[in-house]
Design a protein around this ligand. Structure first.
Ligand SMILES: [Zn+2]
Length: 410
């Protein structure tokens, strides 16, 4: 073996300690007291999980807090301020900020990522020029997939369509949209599906960001998903409008998404920051975070993701997926061990399924993309926010940190 992780608690079988043998970048054996030679690390009963999977983050506009105002803290201000800052973006600048954010994610144990990347006549392809080289530069630590999308509208923003086509030609593996910033939301959805089919890429929308349940486009996305035979290849982010649905209506939406094969990504840090800003007088602020764990019970796949790092959409960010799981659990009042475990699944196994990652998981033959957490179980990792002690990509250590030490008086 090239490497053996000894005395591991493997996610899904945490009751017993086992060894994980890694050879040629792959998991070669999982067995207690593995009789094998090779460099070994005794993880001393700690949790070993497949790496974290981030399905929704914006590397290109991360780390711009020092260039933007965030005073009203609403989505209109965030889009306008980012649009202003974007005008001065160069490929080099995007590359430097995106690399910084990507390295933070690697240090937090993220091994797979879909970054959403915007194009429009203002930024042109400079964002793509900045981010695209990172795919190869960091492939030693992370699988990075680019989802191109029109943040400032498609049908109302002349020249954007050509840029999306150009980005798809250059190898973006997913296409997204933001129907709520378009003059013709259903028209944008239709065009994005047509492009997805033409280039055989997955679809990932920003959808139904708002407070009331009026004007939701989710049904339109579900219908198109079925018509295009795209079940299992479509994700939607936010859908905060669903928070104000009555319980029976919410359940109907859940069943509809499950039937169509449309997955949901919840972005709790952004939703909590941007939502409810127009509640000037009643102080009853909408939190806008969809209770995804309740959708899971109806067969909808869901992930939790960071979305934005240090910009007017979300002026926070450590790229910790585990922190998103903990934040989500707290906001959505998750308490049972079974639901806590699902919060962990929504930053690991479930987003992997959303991105259709076939070479993922803690099983013999899979790529050794692993994290060691200073935790005893997935549920406790979410509850305690335990640090990542090691991260591995294809069996090679990519990040490590020491557990904190208490210095008692002598
Ligand atoms: Zn987003």
């Amino acid at each position: 073996m090239d490497l053996i992780l000894r005395n591991a608690r493997v996610v899904g079988a945490e009751q017993t300690l086992t060894d994980i043998g890694i050879s040629g970048g792959r998991i070669a054996a999982i067995a207690p007291s593995l009789a094998a030679d090779g460099e070994s690390i005794d993880v001393d009963g700690r949790l070993v999980s497949p790496g974290f999977v981030e399905t929704h983050i914006h590397l290109d506009k991360s780390c711009i807090l020092d260039r933007c105002r965030s005073e009203r803290g609403d989505i209109a201000e965030a889009i306008a301020e980012t649009a202003k800052a974007k005008a001065a973006f160069t490929a080099e600048d995007v590359h430097a900020r995106a690399a910084r954010t990507l390295e933070k994610a690697i240090l937090q144990g993220t091994t797979h990522m879909r970054t959403h990347l915007e194009v429009d006549p203002g930024i042109g392809l400079r964002g793509l020029d900045g981010v695209m080289p990172l795919v190869k530069q960091y492939d030693w630590a992370i699988d990075l997939q680019i989802c191109v999308f029109p943040q400032e509208g498609l049908l109302n923003n002349l020249g954007t369509d050509e840029l999306i086509v150009a980005a798809l030609e250059r190898g973006c593996r997913a296409v997204g949209g933001v129907p709520y910033t378009d003059s013709d939301p259903p028209g944008q959805i239709d065009r994005i599906f047509a492009l997805a089919r033409e280039y055989d890429v997955d679809v990932d929308f920003h959808l139904d960001f708002g407070e009331s349940a009026d004007g939701m486009q989710l049904e339109h996305v579900c219908r198109r998903t079925e018509e295009f035979g795209y079940g299992g290849r479509v994700a939607v982010g936010h859908v905060t409008r669903a928070v104000s649905l009555s319980p029976p209506a919410f359940e109907a939406v859940a069943r509809r998404m499950a039937d169509a094969g449309v997955a949901l990504t919840v972005l709790p840090a952004t939703e909590l920051y941007l939502m409810g800003r127009d509640h000037k007088h009643d102080y009853h602020v909408t939190r806008g975070t969809v209770p995804a764990h309740k959708l899971l019970r109806h067969g909808v796949n869901c992930s939790l993701s960071s979305n934005n790092i240090l910009n007017p959409f979300t002026p926070y960010g450590d790229c910790s997926q585990l922190r998103m799981a903990n934040l989500y659990a707290n906001v959505c009042q998750v308490g049972t061990p079974a639901d806590m475990r699902e919060c962990f699944a929504m930053v690991t196994r479930r987003p992997a399924q959303m991105m259709r990652l076939t070479d993922y998981g803690l099983a013999v033959g899979k790529s050794a993309d692993l994290v060691v957490l200073d935790a005893a179980s997935p549920a406790m990792a979410v509850a305690e926010l335990n640090p990542v002690l090691y991260a591995f990509k294809r069996g090679r250590m990519t990040a490590s940190r020491q557990p904190a030490t208490l210095h008692r008086p002598r």
